[in-house]
Ligand binder design. Structure first.
Ligand code: CP
Length: 303
């Protein structure tokens, strides 16, 4: 059985194939062909133990556009609340003849654990502060779409790197595609050995923005935060918040990204998020084609 558990387990060729497949699906969607019959005999369960807007809706739309049968499971409205375990929950869902599971879970490694205990293809839709592979794929794909090539581009990931699965998966994906990657944030929100992943650290936001072609702005993950880690929100915004004034003072036009949800006025002001430098909604749009590609390629191995 094949899975997408993290970018860590992929190589450059895997990512190139996903991008080429996503190109095809994006072209199909752009021709207003909303649905293809490709996965009519596949059933997919989306099981979410953590809240989501973009990832959940985008997976569901991708599955429906491929004509898969879809069931949705939200832990907060389920028998998990009565104490049912993860493996029991998923095995019960699988006994209804489900072929593929898309799972979001607050525990790092939850997808890896599940893949060892159940007989289905698992797609990790975010596991705690570990990985969010489809987000990194859609982010890297969006940079490729905007700048032509990711190789050799300077990308800075700004914010709460310590608690961010988006940061880790992006670092793996961007490095595989040959980008130069820096991380920028308060020392307290940077993992200690982050340089061992081949990235550089910059704690001065202006210097980071002057260096980069693209800035991927991350949300401070208050839900994963021990309060002692954190500078106050006001201090964070003063030192690491991107404003239009700051962008206008650079001698070049950089691309602004954000995985969402945005804390408007904290890591990014509205006039930046909604400006023509921002590709935030293009990222969301590309998420559907990327997830169609991932599901299609995994399903081809099931059939
Ligand atoms: N980017 C992202 O994972 O957003 P959601 O939490 O809304 O799915």
């Amino acid at each position: 059985v094949n899975h997408l558990l993290g970018i860590k387990y992929l190589n450059k060729k895997d990512i190139d194939l996903i991008f080429e497949t996503a190109d095809h699906f994006k072209e199909v969607i752009n021709r207003s062909i909303k649905k293809v019959p490709t996965l009519r005999d596949i059933t997919i369960a989306n099981i979410f133990f953590e809240n989501s807007t973009r990832t959940k809706l985008s997976f569901e739309l991708a599955e429906k556009r491929l004509s898969a049968d879809v069931i949705n499971f939200s832990a907060s409205q389920s028998s998990v609340k009565k104490g049912e375990t993860l493996i029991d929950t998923v095995n019960n869902i699988l006994s209804m003849k489900v072929d593929m599971v898309v799972m979001r879970h607050p525990n790092p490694g939850a997808g890896i654990f599940l893949s060892k205990h159940v007989d289905a293809s698992i797609i990790n839709a975010g596991d705690g502060a570990h990985e969010h592979p489809t987000q990194a794929l859609l982010d890297t794909y969006s940079i490729r779409e905007k700048l032509g090539d990711v190789g050799g581009k300077n990308i800075v990931i700004v914010g709460d790197i310590l608690h961010s699965r988006v940061a880790l998966s992006n670092i793996f994906a961007l490095k595989l595609q040959g980008a130069n990657v820096k991380v920028c944030g308060p020392r307290t929100l940077l993992p200690k050995h982050i340089e061992s992943l081949g990235v550089k650290v910059e704690t001065d936001l202006r210097k980071a923005l002057e260096w980069c072609d693209v800035a991927n702005m991350l949300r401070v993950q208050n839900e994963r935060m021990d309060i002692s880690y954190f500078p106050s929100t006001r201090e964070y915004t003063q030192q690491f918040g991107v404003t239009k004034k700051l962008l206008n003072s650079l001698n070049k036009q950089i691309v602004i990204m954000h995985p969402g949800p945005i804390n408007r006025g904290v890591e990014i002001t509205s006039d930046v998020a909604d400006s023509n430098q921002s590709i935030i909604l293009e990222q969301v749009e590309n998420g559907v084609a990327i997830r169609m590609a991932v599901i299609y390629l995994l399903a081809a191995k099931i059939k």
